[in-house]
Design a protein. Structure first.
Lengths: 250, 308
């Protein structure tokens, strides 16, 4: 989500020289930790705040207030030359939990599957675990196969997928580049296979999409309030669309 | 202090005052190092040993690391760090020591003048730059060369760490070889030994303690390195079983701390376990250092016996 925050800051700053915006990346947990410790005014997060984080915030006298500012599709990506072009949620789950280990089992070439994931501090990682691996079942205790490579950045995932025909990865649609192949995903075998896009996320037909949040300490005041209101306005939401995320309607 | 220093040429009052002032300042600087080490250890200990009370020892020394679901098995991480470091040593020790021998004993003067600064430049390369090279060049190359599922492996980490350790090894070992008295070589050559026999039988053994220190410093540098290994080893927490695991992804102690410290809630179990990992790293570094100084001391006492 750091791309989006940077683009917003770049667009907002010139028109409002009286405020100073600075953006730091590092993952949803990093932002929320900074909000809890009072070192930032706004924390952007690609996942909802956890119960223990909320507790820590209250202990510090911070009241995190959640606002949905955009939506995001998680794209499943493979190498350009990989003949596999569609998967069900169940198949993706089986790949990442280690049940499926060769592309031949999915109608592809006889190649080992190399699983790529973001690090555990990424909101995307947690979302993927809950929504894809465990398929939304809160009682499930399925875990990533230990052989899953945990890469510290989106760039690490795209560059390995671009280069390695064995690899499968996932990342926010906004980060996906032209030189990898996006997999069409079906919620179940009975559903149609859908590619991620702003339209398919808004229509609710693409199964792996999520809300993106900002957290502020209580109702924002003054300059902060003006900025948060601007985030939901048409120009800011156009930036959301331009970066490959999905706008929210007011 | 009552050691007998040579009388200063101008024993003026000012010089004495400066002397009286500077002695405690320098002493304070020296002692502050001890203070820093103690403070770091107290801090590490107070944050890290809490983990022992919160996670049963059996779970801490298990093989599954997945901290967001409270799996805190450290074995794959320890194994990963040791494997990557061992791989780095396997390649950097011979290359480093032999380079030092070449520079100190064989290379003509002009060659030495080129080699030494070039190696220092290699030592000054930021590790993140090496990591980039690793991702873009080395790992695709290794994948194709060995037909691996992925090039992001312990081997990629070892090769880059080796490149980081080599400058340390070369410069310290070269200093040690340089300080071997000229007369040793002259005596050996005069007895009819060849150049190689002189290097292998006389100069290297005479410089052994310095060369061992060089090796240990290089290994210490490799164990603590973080950014490069995080970028190229794939960070999959699989327990390495044997040397074949060099060709598979691993996750190291340092990369784990770096990747996860930003996320953890301060004071949580995960937070304490990450500090405990810091203690484990500290202990590994301590073992390396103590081994180095034991080896050095033994050598000194033997040479003293020989000379007496």
């Amino acid at each position: 989500m750091v791309n989006l925050a940077l683009a917003w800051a770049e667009a907002y700053q010139p028109a409002h020289p009286e405020v100073t915006l600075s953006v730091t990346g590092g993952g949803s947990g990093t932002g929320i930790s900074a909000l809890i410790s009072g070192t930032t005014d706004i924390a952007n997060a690609s996942r909802a705040i956890k119960a223990e984080e909320l507790e820590a915030a209250h202990a510090n006298g911070i009241e995190p207030l959640e606002t949905v500012v955009a939506r995001d599709a998680i794209a499943i990506i493979v190498h350009k030359d990989n003949p596999v072009s569609q998967l069900t949620l169940q198949q993706i789950s089986d790949i990442y939990t280690g049940k499926l280990n060769n592309w031949a089992e999915l109608g592809g070439e006889d190649r080992p599957i190399v699983r790529l994931s973001r690090e555990t501090n990424s909101g995307t990682h947690v979302y993927f675990l809950e929504t894809v691996l465990r398929m939304g079942d809160p009682a499930s205790t399925l875990l990533f196969d230990p052989r899953t490579l945990l890469l510290p950045s989106s760039e690490g995932i795209t560059s390995e997928v671009r280069d390695n025909p064995n690899a499968i990865g996932y990342d926010g649609l906004g980060y996906v580049t032209e030189d990898v192949k996006i997999i069409a995903v079906a919620a179940t075998q009975a559903d149609p296979y859908v590619l991620p896009s702003a339209a398919s996320v808004s229509a609710g037909s693409y199964p792996i999409s999520r809300d993106l949040y900002i957290y502020t300490n209580g109702q924002p005041q003054g300059a902060l309030q003006a900025f948060v209101a601007w985030l939901l306005s048409a120009p800011a939401q156009q930036i959301v669309l331009d970066l490959g995320f999905v706008p929210v309607e007011e | 202090m009552n050691f007998s220093a040579p009388e200063p040429v101008q024993a003026g009052g000012r010089a004495r005052r400066v002397d009286r002032l500077m002695t405690p300042v320098i002493m304070a600087c020296g002692y502050s190092v001890i203070l820093f080490v103690v403070m770091i250890f107290v801090f590490l200990g107070s944050e890290g040993f809490a983990a022992l009370g919160e996670v049963p020892l059996g779970q801490l020394f298990a093989v599954r690391w997945y901290p967001i679901e409270a799996y805190f098995g450290l074995l794959p991480l320890i194994g990963g760090s040791l494997l990557v470091t061992f791989g780095a040593a396997l390649f950097s020790v011979p290359v480093g020591v032999l380079s030092a021998v070449y520079i100190a004993e064989i290379a003509p003067r002009w060659m030495r003048e080129i080699l030494k600064p070039v190696i220092e430049i290699l030592g000054g390369l930021p590790s993140v730059v090496l990591g980039f090279l690793g991702i873009l060049v080395l790992s695709p190359f290794l994948r194709q060369l060995f037909n691996l599922p992925t090039g992001l492996t312990a081997l990629a980490g070892s090769l880059l760490l080796g490149a980081i350790a080599i400058p340390t090894i070369v410069s310290v070992a070269e200093d040690a070889l340089d300080s071997v008295p000229r007369s040793y070589r002259d005596a050996s050559l005069a007895l009819g030994a060849t150049n190689w026999q002189t290097i292998w039988r006389v100069t290297l053994p005479a410089a052994r303690s310095g060369v061992l220190t060089a090796v240990m410093l290089g290994i210490g540098r490799a164990i603590g390195e973080t950014m490069t290994v995080m970028m190229v080893t794939g960070n999959a927490a699989v327990l390495p079983e044997g040397l074949g695991a060099l060709f598979a992804p691993v996750r190291t102690l340092t990369a784990t701390i770096a990747a996860e410290m930003g996320e953890v809630a301060s004071g949580s179990v995960h937070y304490h376990v990450l500090f405990f990992i810091g203690i484990v790293l500290f202990l590994i570094a301590l073992v390396v250092n103590v081994t180095a100084s034991l080896l050095t001391q033994r050598r000194e006492s033997r040479s003293e016996r020989m000379l007496s």
